[in-house]
Design a protein around this ligand. Sequence first.
Ligand SMILES: CC(C)(COP(=O)(O)OP(=O)(O)OC[C@H]1O[C@@H](n2cnc3c(N)ncnc32)[C@H](O)[C@@H]1OP(=O)(O)O)[C@@H](O)C(=O)NCCC(=O)NCCS
Length: 181
Amino acid sequence: MAYYKKIDGGKCYLSPINLEDSDLYTGWLNDPEVFRFLNLATVNITPEGERQALSLISQQHNYGILDSVEDKLIGICGFITLDQLNQSGECGIFIGEKGYWNRGYGSRALECLLYYGFEYLNLHNIMLQVYDFNERGIGCYKKCGFKEQGHRREALLREGKRWDIIQMDIIRDEFSWQPEK
Ligand SMILES: CC(C)(COP(=O)(O)OP(=O)(O)OC[C@H]1O[C@@H](n2cnc3c(N)ncnc32)[C@H](O)[C@@H]1OP(=O)(O)O)[C@@H](O)C(=O)NCCC(=O)NCCS
């Protein structure tokens, strides 16, 4: 089987990255409706480059997000940085299959990642960054328990406008895992 239920969230689960999926990731990262929310928007994502990038990040804590019903890959999430000394990390996520947006998959996948980060990687603080025009992203993160810690004002210039980059975080005591959700 190409996928493994490493962290099972019911409706979706997190599995190690399968390099055979690299063309799917390449397609998602070349879709303006997806990449406009990502810092990868300014990177040229080629099939070969994406395969190499996936090969590298798959060795760290980055995971495919799978719809449990069909074992269908819909996106990716993981830790961009991990600081074990201070027990803190930064995470990131995107769902490339746009038909899955706004259906609770992003928040559930992120809860799986938070559970793994707090319970197995022993993190205490997990943060993320989101552009202030990404209202769906902000809604998703608040649902998971993230709180805004501050705005880096007008730090992003995109589509002809300056936007704030919002930093959000959650600490271990604020998170409760519900396995049966
Ligand atoms: C951001 C992303 C991961 C969120 O995943 P998702 O599955 O769509 O999100 P969820 O359905 O779990 O939660 C979204 C919440 O935001 C709310 N929301 C959606 N659009 C909104 C808007 N315009 N204003 C306010 N809230 C909004 C939804 O109602 C939902 O909350 P609810 O379930 O309480 O109603 C996903 O949409 C995605 O990957 N988008 C493209 C790339 C991206 O933005 N990546 C993140 C970069 S920081």
